[in-house]
Design a binder for this molecule. Sequence first.
Ligand SMILES: [Zn+2]
Length: 166
Amino acid sequence: MRNETSQKIQNFAGVLFYCIIALSVIAGISYLMLLQGISGAVALLIAVAMGTLLAFLYKYVCTGFGEIVEHQAEQTALLIKMTELMKDVANAGPATGSVTPRTAEAPAPAKAEADDGPNTPAVRLTTRAVGEIVCPVCRKPQLSNRNSCYSCGCRFIYDDEQPAGR
Ligand SMILES: [Zn+2]
């Protein structure tokens, strides 16, 4: 969808490219018919050469512009991806990648989280982020005040919010 604009520009440039060449040929032929002889032929050649040159210049400018638009769209997409990745890294942190079953070393769940069922996976996070987090399991962005993922249901366990002595 975002490449439509640049595609249109390039198509338009291509059409105009041939239009200019055709026009220059027509102009050259009419010169030939008006002037006759060698001067007419020279006029035809000059007209076609000038027209072709003009067409090439025009196509170059338009195609260049189209490429710039396309390039910008790509860059924007890349920037969005990068931002998401950065958010991911910033929110998940290096020590939080491990998805642990709820039993074993994971601390006993708080009563408020108990309705998720005993087999809900849990993710340990070092600290609660401000604003938005991305679920490390399913990658769905959501508010950081949640204690479990709205999408995949995995629980978020914040190390700095666990009761001491466990
Ligand atoms: Zn999730």
